[in-house]
Design a protein around this ligand. Structure first.
Ligand code: ATP
Ligand code: LTN
Length: 342
């Protein structure tokens, strides 16, 4: 396929901590699978990360670690654009414009905002509230076709589509309306100790998460201690959230279907099943961990990827034609302000 015929993908992750098996299975793994067929931009959304308090030194390290992990899972910087959101000022610029096309009523319904506001009650800032609008800008800036994310981001994709549709409705076809790409397996990995809650990298209880960089012994231990359900059957079902979560993890790591896995463990005890799940996770993550350690030694290469990514994404961003977007709005003053940046 010629590059210009390829559809465009945009996705991002916050450098808000060490990434988890949920981030990997729900998003990263799909990103690598899609890179040959699409023209992909994979962003490190550092401006989203500051919607909760961050230590600047730690944030910088986390962003660099995340970039290293993108590369280690096999995202090729020659084929894709990998970059930091804060290096491309157009994200913030379009974010502001889209803020003026988003209703507070819509933002009030966002479940991620409600969850984060409850968790950070001492810092419910405006950025946390308008987080989905910046996310919409990330996506719409590049005329994106497809957005590979985990299930938890479905609502943010819906609001992005609504904002784009509203703008197009007022000023004519301007933004492409993006689709969510949510994988069948691994789209919602749950916490190990509280399997009705999603696995999240900012979880304070370390036993709830498996980190991409956890040592094999730590992974085995966390899986063995994972909460299971009453009864001894290894079966997928709403009444068995703990076992269902482990089955999802097992299938996402091995490529087997749930039915195949249920058959494989028919009559087996929880102990043997958990050992098999732990081993499948270790086998999946070990090569990635090895590659992270190799890449970390190559500081110059990482610096070069960061610099090239910023240049490439600035070129590809669609905002040069933001002039025309502003013209449609007939707001000369805004055009003037924006032309300072362009
Ligand atoms: P935080 O805890 O800081 O909110 P997070 O772990 O929820 O972070 P994000 O950086 O917000 O992760 O999300 C990165 C990507 O990983 C998104 O596409 C998101 O949908 C996906 N993702 C996050 N958690 C899970 C999960 N438990 N299962 C599957 N996908 C997930
Ligand atoms: N909101 C996402 C991270 C994110 C994103 C994006 C994902 C920010 N901008 C654009 C896809 C496309 C999250 O919390 N997981």
């Amino acid at each position: 396929m010629k590059v210009e015929e390829k559809k465009r993908i945009f996705s991002g992750m916050q450098p808000s901590g060490m990434i988890t098996l949920g981030n990997y299975l729900g998003a990263l793994k799909n990103w690598t699978n899609l890179q040959d067929d699409y023209d992909c931009l994979y962003c490190i959304v550092d401006m989203h990360a500051i919607t909760v308090r961050q230590d600047p030194v730690k944030l910088r390290k986390q962003a660099r670690d995340l970039l290293t992990q993108y590369l280690a899972v096999g995202i090729d910087p020659e084929k894709n654009t990998i970059y930091y959101q804060s290096h491309v000022s157009q994200h913030a610029e379009l974010g502001w414009i889209l803020n003026c096309f988003t209703y507070m009523g819509e933002l009030n319904r966002m479940t991620q905002f409600k969850d984060k506001a409850a968790k950070h009650a001492d810092n419910i800032n405006a950025g946390l509230y308008t987080y989905p609008v910046l996310m919409a800008a990330d996506i719409l800036l590049y005329q994106t076709d497809l957005v590979p994310v985990g299930e938890d981001q479905r609502q943010h994709l819906e609001i992005t589509r609504d904002i784009a549709g509203r703008f197009n409705g007022i000023y004519g076809e301007t933004f492409k309306i993006p689709e969510a790409y949510i994988g069948k397996v691994g789209a919602r990995i749950m916490s190990l100790q509280e399997p009705t809650k999603k696995m999240s990298k900012s979880d304070e209880n370390k036993n709830n998460t498996i980190l991409l960089m956890d040592e094999p012994a730590v992974i085995m231990n966390k899986v063995k201690r994972a909460m299971t359900d009453s009864g001894s059957e290894i079966r997928h079902g709403e009444d068995k959230p703990g076992i269902s979560n482990l089955l999802n993890i097992y299938c996402a790591c091995t490529g087997k279907t749930i039915a195949e896995a249920e058959k494989e463990f028919d009559g087996a005890g929880y102990g043997a099943f958990k050992t098999a799940v732990g081993e499948a996770v270790v086998a999946e993550l070990e090569p990635v961990q090895k590659r992270v350690k190799e890449l970390e030694k190559n500081k110059d290469y990482l610096d070069e990827v960061i610099k090239n990514g910023a240049d490439k994404s600035t070129e590809e961003s669609w905002i040069p034609s933001c002039d025309s977007l502003i013209e449609k709005m007939e707001m000369d003053e805004v055009l003037c302000i924006l032309s300072i940046f362009l």
